[in-house]
Design a binder for this molecule. Structure first.
Ligand code: NAI
Length: 246
């Protein structure tokens, strides 16, 4: 699955699933622009990739600020001459039950998780259409497929990403651009770290594989969608959850 000479842009690349994605693309030879807000953490990822055939280029961006995000993509294209792979990975949770959820709590999650994916896709698609090549990969969630109590905001954003993926795929297919989504189940990262142990045990008991996934187990699927191996696959949502949702 060589990604030699490919230029990638990955949001939320400083930790968790995004960090694993950045490192796995760089390992395959891609130049990866890794976006996050924490410079120190990003620099650690740059260091980790030293010696790989590709490299990691850190970029500080708040993806909640549309202009910052679209400019970061434009600067990437100016600097490297093209953009082959976009991974919309960054995301947040602001959980709460529907009747107690503040309007701002809903808007913030839609803005960071869904609107940013639209902004990045729009900026990336312009160059990918010109190139007649592109791979867009959206990290959604099984919450967007199944729903989840306490996550009306998050599930709505993640379900929205699925619509964005399918419509984008239909618009861009004839231009050589594929758009796919990955819906992770429970993955061990900062996002799930604070779940009470008792809840983790309950979750594990309903996952056929009886365990949380590792960030690398999402990154390997991203690599597939980014590579030539998936050249005839578009508009798909691949659930990666140890069998939780079938
Ligand atoms: P995480 O909380 O460990 O990392 C999130 C990343 O997003 C960080 O790098 C953070 O800096 C970045 N980020 C957040 N807001 C940002 C902003 N305004 N501007 C720039 N960067 C920002 O989360 P994790 O677990 O690695 O999640 C990655 C993606 O996978 C998210 O979209 C999440 O919704 C999704 N996901 C995670 C699951 C899990 O169990 N961990 C399950 C299903 C989906």
């Amino acid at each position: 699955m060589s990604l030699q000479d490919k230029i990638a842009f990955v949001t939320g690349g400083s930790r968790g699933i995004g960090r694993a994605i950045v490192l796995s693309l760089a390992q395959e030879g891609a130049t990866v622009v890794a976006v996050a807000r924490n410079e120190d953490k990003l620099n650690e990822v740059v260091k980790e990739a030293e010696g790989f055939s590709g490299k990691v280029v850190p970029k500080i961006v708040d993806i909640g600020e549309s202009k910052q995000l679209s400019s970061a993509i434009e600067e990437t294209v100016e600097k490297f001459g093209r953009l082959d792979i976009l991974v919309n990975n960054a995301g947040i949770t602001r959980d709460g039950l529907l009747i107690g959820m503040e309007d701002d709590q809903f808007d913030e999650v839609i803005n960071i998780n869904l609107r940013s994916a639209f902004i990045a896709m729009k900026a990336a698609a312009k160059v990918m259409i010109r190139q007649r090549f592109g791979r867009i990969i959206n990290i959604t969630s099984i919450s967007g497929v199944m729903g989840n109590p306490g996550q009306c905001n998050y599930s709505a954003a993640k379900a929205g990403m699925i619509g964005l993926t399918k419509s984008g795929a239909k618009e861009l297919a004839k231009r050589g651009v594929t758009v796919n989504a990955i819906a992770p189940g429970f993955i061990t990262t900062d996002m799930t770290e604070n779940l009470p142990d008792k809840l983790k045990d309950t979750i594990n008991s309903v996952i056929p594989m009886q365990r949380f996934g590792k960030p690398e187990e999402i990154a390997s699927v991203v690599k597939f969608f980014a590579s030539e191996a998936s050249s005839y696959v578009t508009g798909q949502v691949l659930i990666v959850d140890g069998g939780l949702h079938m």
